[in-house]
Design a binder for this molecule. Structure first.
Ligand code: SF4
Length: 594
């Protein structure tokens, strides 16, 4: 241990105190286990810091005698107590200690025992909050990812399809055959696949449905449930925006801590109203519980709450690595002095997580679309103080505290919510470049132009594959996905541009009532959080029994099983003697050439 390099971190908004000459310098190693619990020593009725010394080497020797360190010490902050000035280092440790006086305690539990805390430990806890977010990830380097995509051969598909309900939801022979035929490359769209059922012919884009981030998160959730009998397993909020997937997880015992808008659930399973006397599920969490973080990621505040409770955050963090890529880009821009413009919907979990993560490294503002980017551009371009002050009204609740228009719009870099349209993000970047070119004669003051890698290829490839399918003649298009699924809505928009009211946004086969009408979901103009969508009954083919050509696709949160069930449902609208059996269609696919 003595030879390990020491890293010094000083988060932008953290507090570092300066030792004075009258204080005795001291070093303190905070040792956290995999559940983010702190090693402390019990001495009679007093709880105190364990690994301290005149210098780091002395503190390390103490640690080595009691525990096995897994990470190099990282310096975070300093504080003063009892005539000493402490430099504070964090380290992750593994295994049990041989010293019976040392125990691991959650931060929350320690804070509940103020009378038992030695002064130095109490002072340390008082400074800890801004740094809690770092603890679960101490073992990760700058370029590491929390949860990497699993290669196909390591996928664990059987874990979530071992009963008939789950098989019907997740498995589809048709979808498997379509992917084998058309999906030669994960990241590039190919020609659509035709399914000739006779009276109805389907076109399915080469890319549709679950992305790798969603597949990874689903596998993590089902594996965790299967591996953790006797433990309570929670998801921070919905795993993905698909009610059928979420219901299946609930059926297997998963519980949610909060809604997708961050409203906490009560222990009775109701959304909390804030009325007195409500008992929140959050408040019942203990270190024995498991909380899975979904693919969207989580805000720093939520992660800090979990760390305080001594919950193993990293082990169950299923944040998509493409979302984390956005966080890394924002951090890199922040270090270069840019303010971050986040193209996203403020109510979306992913954008909330990105904003929260970004504000540790830079000032940030969320813009919803190109219109808002134009409004921001007008503010940047203006010398008029009244116009510049509009920033605080227009972007209220969507900028970092202490945002100063005079200073923090000198250089901006754009990152995005991964599921929005790539072209809109690029249009925002181009618009801001034009503004800075005119105003400052320097468009390089806008970062993000070379960083297309913050756009999710999975969302884009589903859109590209759909665009190829839409070049064919069609009688209708069905786009399947959850009501609050942003990427599904983007797919629907592309279909509606070509097919108008013969494009349908549906949730499952149940939305197709009969030959005459379909329950089409009208996505709310301002997003699901700000106003509610509605169901509109739209005609399908009333009084028309002619053969049809139908496009079917699904958003990134749509399981394959639902796509096949929609196809079966549409088939059921035609006389059986006009339809070819599914096995014949599967033979077609197996003998077709890509
Ligand atoms: S849509 Fe993209 S960013 Fe979102 S979970 Fe899927 S792969 Fe990740």
């Amino acid at each position: 241990m003595a030879g390990l390099a020491v890293e010094r971190r000083s988060p932008n908004f953290g507090r570092m105190s300066t030792a004075t000459a009258t204080l005795t310098p001291c070093c303190c190693l905070c040792a956290f286990n995999g559940s983010n619990q702190l090693a402390v020593r019990k001495s009679g009725s007093t709880i105190e810091l364990v690994f301290t010394g005149n210098d780091l080497a002395a503190a390390q020797r103490q640690l080595e005698s009691a525990l096995t360190a897994c990470t190099p010490p990282v310096e975070f902050f300093s504080f003063e107590a009892g005539g000493h000035s402490y430099r504070v280092f964090f380290v992750q440790v593994a295994g049990a200690t041989c010293d019976p006086a040392i125990e691991f305690q959650s931060i929350e539990r320690l804070e509940r025992l103020p009378a038992a805390l030695a002064p130095a430990l109490a002072a340390l806890l008082a400074h800890l909050d801004p740094f809690l977010i770092e603890i679960p990830y101490l073992h990760l380097g700058e370029n590491d990812y929390i949860y990497k995509f699993r290669p196909e051969k390591e996928r664990n598909i059987s874990i979530y399809a071992h009963d008939s309900t789950a098989s019907a939801l997740y498995q589809s022979k048709l979808c498997t055959a379509i992917k084998a035929l058309a999906r030669q490359h994960e990241r590039s769209a190919a020609a659509p696949v035709a399914l000739d059922f006779g009276a109805v012919r389907y076109l399915v884009p080469s890319h549709f449905g679950f992305c790798l981030g969603v597949k990874n998160a689903i596998e993590r959730a089902y594996e965790t449930l299967a591996e953790s009998p006797g433990r309570r397993v929670f998801m921070l909020s919905e795993l993905i925006h698909n009610p059928f997937v979420n219901e299946d997880l609930l059926r297997r015992g998963l519980r949610y801590l909060q809604t997708d808008k961050g409203a906490p659930y009560t222990v009775e399973g109701r959304v909390a109203t804030g009325a007195g006397g409500e008992r929140l599920t959050w408040d019942t969490l203990t270190a024995a519980d498991i909380v899975i973080i979904p693919a969207f990621g989580a805000t720093d505040d939520d992660k800090r709450r979990l760390v305080r409770k001594g919950i193993a955050v990293y082990q169950y963090d299923a944040t998509c690595m493409l979302v984390e890529k956005v966080w890394k880009a924002a951090r890199a821009y922040g270090r270069e002095g840019y303010t971050i413009v986040i193209h996203g919907k403020r109510e979306h979990e992913e954008t909330k997580a990105t904003f929260s993560n970004t504000r540790r490294h830079a000032h940030a503002v969320i813009v919803r679309n190109i219109e808002e980017a134009r409004a921001l551009g007008a503010i940047i371009a203006s010398d008029n103080p009244a116009e510049r002050d509009r920033f605080y009204t227009l972007f209220a609740g969507r900028h970092t505290p202490g945002f100063d228009v005079a200073r923090h719009l000198a250089r901006v870099a754009v990152v995005n919510q991964t599921t929005l349209l790539m072209n809109e993000t690029l249009a925002i970047i181009e618009h801001l470049r034009a503004v800075y070119r005119v105003r400052f004669g320097d468009e390089t003051l806008v970062g993000g132009t070379s960083r297309r890698d913050t756009l999710c290829y999975a969302t884009q490839v589903n859109q590209d594959a759909l665009a190829l399918a839409l070049t064919e003649p069609l009688d209708a298009a069905f786009v399947i996905g959850g009501m609050n699924s942003s990427n599904t809505y983007q797919l629907y928009r592309l279909c509606a541009e070509k097919l108008g009211r013969k494009a349908f946004f549906i949730q499952s086969e149940a939305s197709i009532r009969d030959r005459t009408e379909v329950a089409h979901y009208v996505f709310p103009a301002k997003g699901p959080a700000e106003n509610h969508g509605s169901i509109e009954m739209r005609p399908l083919w009333p009084g028309d029994a002619s053969p049809k050509r139908v496009l079917v696709t699904g958003g990134a949160s749509c399981p394959d099983g639902i796509i096949q069930q929609v196809i079966s449902r549409i088939n059921s609208l035609f006389p059986t003697d006009t339809l070819r059996p599914i096995d014949a269609v599967l033979v077609d696919l197996s003998t077709s050439e890509a």
